[in-house]
Design a protein around this ligand. Structure first.
Ligand SMILES: NC(=O)c1ccc[n+]([C@@H]2O[C@H](COP(=O)([O-])OP(=O)(O)OC[C@H]3O[C@@H](n4cnc5c(N)ncnc54)[C@H](OP(=O)(O)O)[C@@H]3O)[C@@H](O)[C@H]2O)c1
Length: 275
């Protein structure tokens, strides 16, 4: 039986890659969709595909009601993501929380709600293989090099800053042991020019029209510099891992940050999403 999915943010940049992949897949069935533009129309038609019988709703409650959905996948906006995820959990659905910019308190609260309802809630600020490898490389380097700063760049339409990927990177670096960072002697000038801080890691955010998703993690020690650079050009790399997460989260309870094997090759899914 295909896994029944409600997708919130169906008309967005990510939704326009994810929803067609779900519609093409025999492992998943789309049973609900949220997006404001062209709400009331068939979501397949809105996305330039076949009629699906699933109406695009502007309110998550309408999209979830009576669908028997098993997983809600949310790639929407920080101001509505909590509402979307909560509605899914309250309807007994597991959730894949792809939207960035939710507060840590909101994420914890959703995790507690999911645990109390006996469903999984997967928090995934970066669902690409290259992003995952970037995290792992940065964690490795941090064991040897203590001075690290992050530069991230996105398009100006991005609503949250710093990016979810950069915050996740900084939080991971903070958890790794290694040499302590050196002293920053800055005392004069504009303090914000030194970036936002997550623990001891400074993050510098650029918002420029020609960039989609870019991040550099710069490690330094006297006399040498090591940079890990990550670029995402399209939303396609998210599709396979997000579908795998939607399957794995069905077996989880409460808040989950990592699924072992999420980025392993899964021919069953990739054969559908690449067609
Ligand atoms: N986890 C990851 O790996 C990853 C990767 C890429 C992006 N993201 C995150 O995913 C989120 C979505 O990104 P995107 O680029 O797809 O954004 P986007 O293009 O702006 O799309 C946002 C979607 O959410 C809907 N939406 C926004 N506000 C809404 C509201 N108040 N009520 C109902 N629907 C609403 C929009 O519908 P309308 O346009 O019809 O209003 C649209 O479908 C962002 O937080 C982004 O940072 C995460």
């Amino acid at each position: 039986m295909p896994i029944r999915v409600v997708f919130t943010g169906a008309t967005g940049r990510v939704g326009r890659s994810m929803v067609p992949a779900i519609l093409r897949s025999t492992d998943f069935a789309l049973v609900g969709a949220v997006g404001r533009q062209r709400a009331g129309e068939d979501v397949g038609v809105v996305l330039g595909m076949r009629e699906t019988g699933v109406r695009l709703e502007s309110e998550v409650e309408e999209a979830v009601r009576g669908t028997g959905g098993q997983v809600l996948i949310d790639f929407s906006a920080p101001e509505v993501a909590v509402k979307h995820c909560r509605a899914g959990i309250e309807a007994g659905m597991a959730v894949v929380m792809g939207t960035t910019g939710m507060s840590a308190e909101d994420v914890s609260e959703l995790g507690r709600l999911a645990a109390s309802r006996g469903v999984g809630a997967f928090k995934a600020p970066n669902l690409t293989l290259a992003g995952h490898l970037m995290f792992r490389c940065a964690e490795l380097v941090r064991r040897y090099m203590g001075d690290v700063e992050i530069i991230e760049a996105h398009m100006p339409e991005k609503l949250d800053s710093p990016s979810g990927t950069s915050i996740e990177t900084a939080e991971r670096l903070e958890r790794v042991g290694g040499p302590p960072p050196g002293i920053d002697h800055t005392r004069f000038g504009l303090p914000e020019s030194r970036g936002a801080r997550v623990g001891s890691v400074r993050i510098h955010s650029l918002r420029l029209p020609s960039i989609y998703d870019h991040q550099e993690v710069l490690f330094s020690r006297p006399g040498e510099l090591l940079t890990i650079r990550y670029e995402q050009y399209t939303t396609e790399p998210l599709v396979g891992p997000t579908l795998r997460a939607a399957r794995l989260v069905l077996g989880a309870r409460g808040l989950v940050h990592d699924f072992p094997g999420l980025f392993e090759d899964d021919p069953a899914i990739s054969s559908h999403t690449n067609s």
